[in-house]
Design a protein around this ligand. Sequence first.
Ligand code: ATP
Length: 233
Amino acid sequence: MNARSAPVGIFGGTFDPVHFGHLRSAYELLHALRLRQVRFMPVGNPPHRAAPIADADLRVRMLKAAIGHQPGFVLDDREVRRSGLSYSVDSLESLREELDAVPICLLLGMDSFLGLPKWYRWRDILKLAHVVVAHRPGWKAPSRGALGTLVRDRGTELVDDLHKTTAGAIYIHEVTQLEISSSSIRTLVSKGIDPRYLLPERVRELLDQAKCYSIGMDDTATRNQTEGGSDPS
Ligand code: ATP
């Protein structure tokens, strides 16, 4: 189908919690792909992994705090409002109805893309959206198996192709990779180590208030930092 306006990017994830790795990738893709917007879509009940630790309400509040000031960043909470397992294909079907002939780009990290063939009705996803893979510098596209065939048949190196049609292309784009993950943040917090500078300060404050992932962050370290202190002992 021919497209009618600049594509909308969909960035799905558990966001448990959202961090600068997510935000930087989304920001680079917003500009490089000339997207109309990036919609952050927190998963409700993930089919392929354990349930998130932070509840949906807190994950949504953290996302709102993280993206609120960035033009082009939008929250889409349809998966946390829907009951049952959160399948991407269902979300994309409802988005396709709403957006009509606007191209949709499903934004995936390399790790997620490699697991794509295990997703429910994964081939239908390509009928509804383009798939954009954000990868580490130096990484090569898969050349074998179902994904190798897909990249060969559907791959494009032209951003314009994502604007001309509504779905069906695979585009691989190099983004700055920050070695930050939600799980490493959860581990730090559970050990009482402050995750400051790995995620936006407003998100860190929400986590601290909710005492999520921990019995609380290290009070001494937090107090010292708040007072501008840097006592190494
Ligand atoms: P966890 O550690 O709990 O698995 P995560 O940090 O990988 O979480 P998710 O919310 O599961 O975060 O990921 C959502 C999307 O963000 C995925 O497509 C993933 O590939 C991507 N992503 C996660 N971390 C980064 C990062 N540091 N840089 C770029 N993309 C990332």
